[in-house]
Design a protein around this ligand. Structure first.
Ligand SMILES: [Zn+2]
Length: 102
């Protein structure tokens, strides 16, 4: 039964990659469809207990857990104090969180 779970996880990761590319594509054309794709990514990662790769994490707010498009629904700044980090400001909840780079 362990092999079945492994195969399911692999298929889910492939599906997440397809949805991610679709979400970027639809962020310009039709934002509602893009947000729906991001919701599906979140549901798949929760169901199959998958850790999302780093660039995918920029698409979800850490405060309100809502799907956001970086640059459209959030402001991104780079700062060097106290350590090199990316500062993400969510425009939906005005929450600020930091992603440290080293
Ligand atoms: Zn937020």
């Amino acid at each position: 039964m362990k092999n079945v779970r492994k195969i399911q996880k692999k298929i889910a990761l492939e599906r997440i990659q397809i949805l991610y590319l679709n979400a970027i594509h639809y962020s310009i054309i039709n934002k509602e469809i893009g947000l729906r794709q991001l919701e599906l990514i979140k549901r798949l990662s929760l169901k199959f207990n998958l850790r999302l790769p780093y660039p995918y994490k920029l698409f979800f707010c850490k405060n309100c857990k809502m799907p956001i498009f970086p640059g459209i629904d959030s402001k991104i700044r780079i700062s060097n104090i106290p350590r090199l980090h990316i500062k993400v400001i969510c425009l939906k909840c005005n929450g600020v969180y930091r992603l440290f780079l080293n």
